[in-house]
Design a protein around this ligand. Structure first.
Ligand SMILES: Nc1ncnc2c1ncn2[C@@H]1O[C@H](COP(=O)(O)OP(=O)(O)OP(=O)(O)O)[C@@H](O)[C@H]1O
Length: 357
């Protein structure tokens, strides 16, 4: 079932938690809400769920206005970071809970409940734990049971708030791949909140980047990574070097160093910032008269297939982070303190932000 939110806004007192958010999520899509702490991800998820009311704007499920539909009737399945399994109930009873508390007219017969819970436990591959209590499970197992419990009521949409946030890195990785497969089998619309960019880029069909209650960009992981729409997205998705300069007639300049800036073809002298990721530099030995930024190597270390270099500009002293393949670094055969040239292969130029008031 598709989800649509249109022009959602929400304040808490004078604080604007969501500011005019619109988004469409298709059936079968797994969408990540990604952004820094406090940017409004959970608030948006809770409004979609019906746990929170927007001040303005609407929520649509499958083209029907669900804004005023009670959470109990929205048929959403939730999973939260802190797995709220009932401690005094077995795994089996936890998963059965949503079915047992249904109104008598809708409650399935006991044998139907047993069959369904067994199927769900098989789906999350934990049927062998049916008689255990939550305290006897690992964190990852508890999250999978929480997911089975959310699925018991046959949700039309699945909402997950940092579902794997409390788990260690290895279990997180396994569970997110597993979630992806499960989502594909179920063919529902799923939305998950994360502040982990790697998790969002690996698992989601589309990523919604949020900042200060607004959407900065929506796109496939590839689109947002390769073509960040705003300086915020550039900075949030990985490390980036920033160079302040000026743009005119499609070219950006900072001293002798220039870059193409097609977005500024009509500008005559605008303050602009060039963004370059560490792996987007070509590094060579210094040669007078060559194009590029003259730098000195402060420090280098090898990590797996890459060498990470800390460079400082000869003219301004600005620090630059660069990443080059390990074999390229070895063939340069340089030591700390030596002069190099850093040439950006790729860069994006944005207008400089207005000065802070
Ligand atoms: N019930 C509330 N009352 C007052 N302020 C709230 C309430 N709920 C959320 N906020 C505020 O709204 C902002 C957005 O909160 P939200 O939980 O949506 O952020 P988030 O992006 O999910 O953050 P995190 O990654 O830290 O969970 C925060 O500044 C938060 O303090």
């Amino acid at each position: 079932m598709s989800i649509e939110v249109s022009s959602l806004s929400k304040r808490f007192g004078s604080f604007r938690a969501l500011d005019d958010i619109s988004l469409h999520i298709e059936t079968g899509e797994l969408v990540a809400l990604l952004g820094p702490s406090g940017c409004g991800k959970t608030t948006l998820l809770r409004i979609i769920a019906g746990l929170e009311q927007p001040d303005s704007g609407r929520v649509w499920f499958a083209g029907e206005d669900a804004t005023d539909v009670h959470v109990r009737h929205r048929q959403v399945g939730f999973v939260f970071q802190h797995y709220a399994l009932f401690k005094h109930m077995t795994v089996f009873e936890n998963v059965a809970f949503g079915l047992r508390v249904k109104h008598r007219s809708q409650r399935p017969a006991e044998d139907v409940i047993r069959r369904k819970v067994t199927e769900l436990l098989q789906l999350v591959q934990l049927d062998w734990l049916a008689d255990r209590y939550p305290s006897q499970l690992s964190g990852g197992q508890r999250q999978r049971i929480a997911l089975a419990r959310a699925l018991a009521v046959e949700p039309r949409v699945l909402l997950l708030d940092e579902p794997f946030g409390a788990l260690d890195a290895k279990v997180r990785k396994e569970l997110r791949r597993w979630l992806r497969r499960l989502h594909d089998d179920l063919h529902v619309a799923s939305v998950f909140v994360t502040h982990d960019q790697e998790e969002a880029l690996e698992v989601a069909d589309r990523v919604v980047l949020m900042n200060a209650g607004r959407i900065e960009q929506v796109g496939t992981p590839r689109e947002v990574w390769e073509n960040p729409a705003t300086p915020f997205v550039y900075g949030f998705l990985g490390d980036v070097n920033q160079f302040k300069g000026r743009a005119a007639a499609g070219t950006w300049r900072d001293g002798a160093f220039s870059l193409p800036a097609p977005d500024f073809s009509g500008a005559d002298d605008a303050e602009a910032v060039a963004y370059v990721r560490p792996h987007e530099f070509d590094i060579s030995r210094y040669a007078a008269g060559s194009d590029g930024i003259a730098v000195r190597l402060n420090h280098a270390y090898l990590a797996g297939p890459s060498a990470f270099l800390e460079l400082s500009r000869q003219d301004t002293g600005q620090l630059i982070e660069a990443q080059v393949p390990e074999d390229v670094f070895r063939s340069l055969n340089v030591t700390e303190g030596e002069a190099l040239l850093a040439r950006p292969r790729n860069a994006r130029v944005f207008a400089a932000p207005p000065p802070q008031a």
